[in-house]
Structures are given as C-alpha cells and as structure tokens.
Design a protein around this ligand. Structure first.
Ligand code: NAP
Length: 205
C-alpha cells in the first residue's frame, strides 16, 4: 500500500463504487462525492464516506471523475479544484460524440480544468466489475494510463495497489491510445458478444 492520500471519487455509480471499494480495500482514505449525500440509494453496508462534490474535493490529493461524459461540462468547473490536485478521468464517450469537438474526452476534461491541476486518464478500459479488484480470473489485469507525469506516477501506484498490471503510455498526447483501448474492450463486449466478464492480461515469454 502506498502512502495514504485522500482520494475523492465523484459519482456514485458502478465505477465510483468499484473504485471506492478497491482503493479503500488497499488501505486508502476515500470519500465519495455525490449530488445528494442524503439519497437513500447511497445507504450501503459497510457504509461509504459520502459528501457533496465540493466537500469531497476539498483536501483531496486525487479526484476521480466517474460520471457520464455529458455531465462533465457541468460537474468539473464546479468542483473547486486547486493547483496540484490530480484529476483522474475514468470516463468514455460511448455511442455519443466527444463534446465540443475535442478529439478525446481527456482533452475535453483538460479544457474544463483550472491551470495547475494535473490530469490522468485511467480506469476507463475495463468493465466496472473488475475495477475494484484489478484482476481477471485471479491474474492482474492490464491497465493502460496516460497523463501528466507527476500525476501519472501517483495514479500508477494507486492502480497497482488495487491489483492492476499498469502500463504508463505517456503524456496527454496518449489519451487517444487509452480511449481507443477502451473502445476495443467495449466493442468486444457488446458487438463481439464476449460479454462484460473479461479483461486483457499481459504475458511475457
Ligand atoms: N460501467 C462501466 O463498466 C464503465 C467502465 C469504465 C468506465 N466507465 C465510464 O465511467 C463513467 C461512469 O460510469 P458508470 O457506469 O458508473 O455511470 P453511471 O452509473 O451512469 O453514473 C455514474 C454516476 O454519475 C452521477 N451522475 C449521473 N448523471 C449526473 C449528472 N448529470 N451530473 C452529475 N452527476 C451525475 C451519478 O452519481 P450520484 O447520483 O451519486 O451523484 C451516477 O451514479 C462513465 O463515463 C463511463 O463511460 C464505465
């Protein structure tokens, strides 16, 4: 387990819940930022540390975006993000265009961030079912990530703490490669008929 830093997950859906569980299980300090912390849909056993978006982001070292892509333009500018915080974009534009004519969702998120916030694309390339374990049939699943170097090393460590086999692809110019990898998984799952219960594993000879 790496040095504990507060991690805020924004969005209480399948991805937010899985990453919360995986990172909390690895010993990290988690808060889930949701639109309505009093909504009974968030009552779970064990309970999740809930807050509104701004309270969740305040004091967090890492902020994971786990909301639908069309919500990003409303959500990201209102989070109160500060210089030095690391934002992790876990989203995919599935069957919808990337907003505002950007070539990747990562670039769209970048356009919404204040200066000085680090951005990493990660946790978008495998189904939510495996995001909490980082494992496929007991084997570490391949997780390609990309983004700003100082954030990339932190997120790589968090992903490894969950159990993933992490590949750092490079800076923001590699967002497209990460999003293409997600497209491959989604294509195989839904067009290829593989279903959701698979992931990629790297083997060396
Ligand atoms: N599902 C997967 O297997 C998977 C895997 C990898 C990546 N992704 C990507 O990760 C993101 C989240 O996926 P998901 O399946 O967890 O999505 P989801 O269940 O549809 O939504 C996630 C959460 O986002 C919040 N939300 C929804 N609409 C919102 C709005 N208009 N404004 C603010 N918050 C809103 C809700 O949280 P509250 O009501 O609690 O605030 C909701 O529970 C998506 O971009 C998706 O493409 C999904």
């Amino acid at each position: 387990v790496s040095e504990s830093k507060r991690i805020a997950v924004i969005g209480g859906g399948a991805v937010g819940r899985a990453l919360y569980a995986g990172l909390a299980g690895a010993g990290h300090d988690l808060v889930m930022g949701v639109r309505d912390p009093a909504d009974p849909k968030h009552v779970t056993d064990p309970p999740v540390h809930l807050a509104d978006h701004v309270a969740a982001v305040s004091g967090a070292a890492v902020v994971i975006l786990a909301v639908p892509v069309p919500a990003l333009a409303d959500v990201v500018p209102t989070l109160g993000l500060a210089t030095g915080q690391i934002v992790v974009d876990a989203t995919n534009a599935v069957r919808i265009p990337v907003p505002d004519g950007h070539s990747t969702v990562g670039d769209h998120v970048a356009s919404l961030l204040p200066a000085g916030v680090l951005l990493v694309k990660a946790f978008n390339t495998i189904g939510a079912e495996h995001l909490g374990t980082g494992r496929i049939d007991g084997v570490a699943a391949f997780l390609p990530i990309a983004g700003d170097e100082a954030g990339l090393v932190v997120v790589a460590e968090l992903a490894a703490d969950i159990g993933f086999d992490v590949a750092e692809l490079g800076d923001r110019s590699a967002f497209a490669m990460v999003e293409d990898h997600a497209r491959l998984w989604i294509h195989l799952a839904f067009v290829g008929g593989w279903g959701r219960n698979f992931g990629f594993v790297v083997r060396y000879d």
